[in-house]
Ligand binder design. Structure first.
Ligand code: CA
Length: 364
């Protein structure tokens, strides 16, 4: 009792002093010993190192965790291809090559199709709605359950907001113009594009420019003006289409190796959770702040021609999007549960947003 009171009383005294004052098996002593541990982690990403918003977003997350933990978790961030190729982030974190990863869940559609619900659903929920579903509508619990079998703990880390529709070298005037077009477009959007007669490809961002320039692909989407300007895509295609029907937001993912996460004391787990929330909001703010100026640069300096997808083409995509979404909900029991949750949340939120955000956008 005396010793315990002493530890309680000393409060702010250094941990080393507190440790010397307690027996090894005492509860407070164990907690303090755990708090002395430091962790050197690796974070692999699907982006070029320091790439605007995406790479810098991963850096922000790593730095925030290190600062919040007082240096107890140090994280080295690797660009795509530095430690593992961009599209192998999932496996690298799952098998413990790295403790953390930052990527997009729709990149893993061949391995875990249901993960696409958490990345981007064509004509689905936007960033505000996705965050509401994930944090307050049961979405993140389902995502956590889905990833558990892969030894991963997922967190939303970065919303892009509504993306751009992509870069084309010919105008898209009718739905016939989609037929036969080879386009880099990932996830469910890619499947929709395929059903509309196109030929989707999944390539990491770092390969887009060369692929487009050499004619390996006819068109590509990436993110939005801020990111697309950074890749110089305007040098390889003339027409820039909107809106990004296929990605009303990309909810990017931070993932942690489950064994590494479970081995952390409670306070460090909480730090990771909160740092991921902060990084999630930070990236959306970054994109929202930078996209407008980047678009001006693309139009005024680089003479990019901005085009809106014709209604007919969007209707064609929407028709296939509904079928693709419904089918994804039929693939597995887990898929059914996620589908049901996503669908009912999206429908309820829409009825509220129609009289709040949407009404306001129209009114202002
Ligand atoms: Ca995209």
């Amino acid at each position: 009792m005396k010793r315990r009171n002493l530890i309680k009383a000393i409060g702010a005294v250094s941990v080393a002093t507190a440790l010397s004052a307690c027996k090894p098996k005492e509860q407070n002593c164990e907690a303090n010993t755990t708090r002395q541990k430091t962790y050197n982690w690796k974070m692999v990403t699907a982006w070029p190192k320091n790439f605007p918003a995406l790479g810098t977003g991963a850096n922000f997350l790593a730095k925030t965790i290190t600062k919040m933990s007082g240096g107890r978790i140090k994280i080295t961030v690797y660009g795509g291809g530095e430690l593992v190729p961009p599209l192998e982030v999932f496996d690298a974190v799952s098998n413990g090559t790295a403790q953390m990863g930052h990527a997009g869940s729709y990149y893993w559609k061949g391995k875990v199709p249901e993960a696409q619900f958490f990345g981007a659903v064509p004509f689905g929920m936007n960033a505000q709605e996705m965050n509401a579903w994930l944090y307050h509508g049961g979405g993140l619990d389902l995502w956590t359950e889905l990833y558990e079998q892969f030894n991963l703990v997922p967190f939303p880390v970065g919303q892009t907001g509504v993306q751009m529709g992509g870069w084309f070298n010919k105008e898209i005037n009718t739905k016939e113009d989609i037929k036969g077009l080879v386009m880099r477009i990932p996830g469910l959007g890619g499947e929709v594009f395929k059903r509309a007669g196109g030929s989707p490809k999944l390539l990491p961002g770092s390969e887009l420019f060369t692929s487009l320039q050499t004619g390996n692909i006819d068109a590509t989407e990436w993110v939005g003006p801020y990111n697309d300007l950074a890749f110089g895509l305007y040098q390889a295609a003339k027409y820039y289409y909107y809106p990004g029907w296929h990605e009303p937001t990309a909810c990017l993912e931070g993932m942690v190796n489950k064994e590494a996460y479970d081995a952390l004391p409670d306070d460090l787990q909480q730090i990771i959770k909160i740092a991921c929330m902060a990084a999630n909001q930070n990236m959306l703010s970054d994109f929202t702040a930078k996209n407008r100026n980047a678009l001006d640069t693309l139009i005024n300096e680089h003479k990019v021609e901005l085009r809106q997808y014709p209604k007919e083409v969007l209707e064609e995509f929407k028709f296939h999007a509904k079928a693709v979404f419904d089918e994804l909900g039929e693939k597995s029991e887990m898929g059914k549960r996620i589908y049901k949750s996503y669908k009912s949340f999206a429908s309820q939120t829409k009825s509220w947003l129609d009289i709040s955000e949407n009404a306001y956008f129209k009114a202002r």
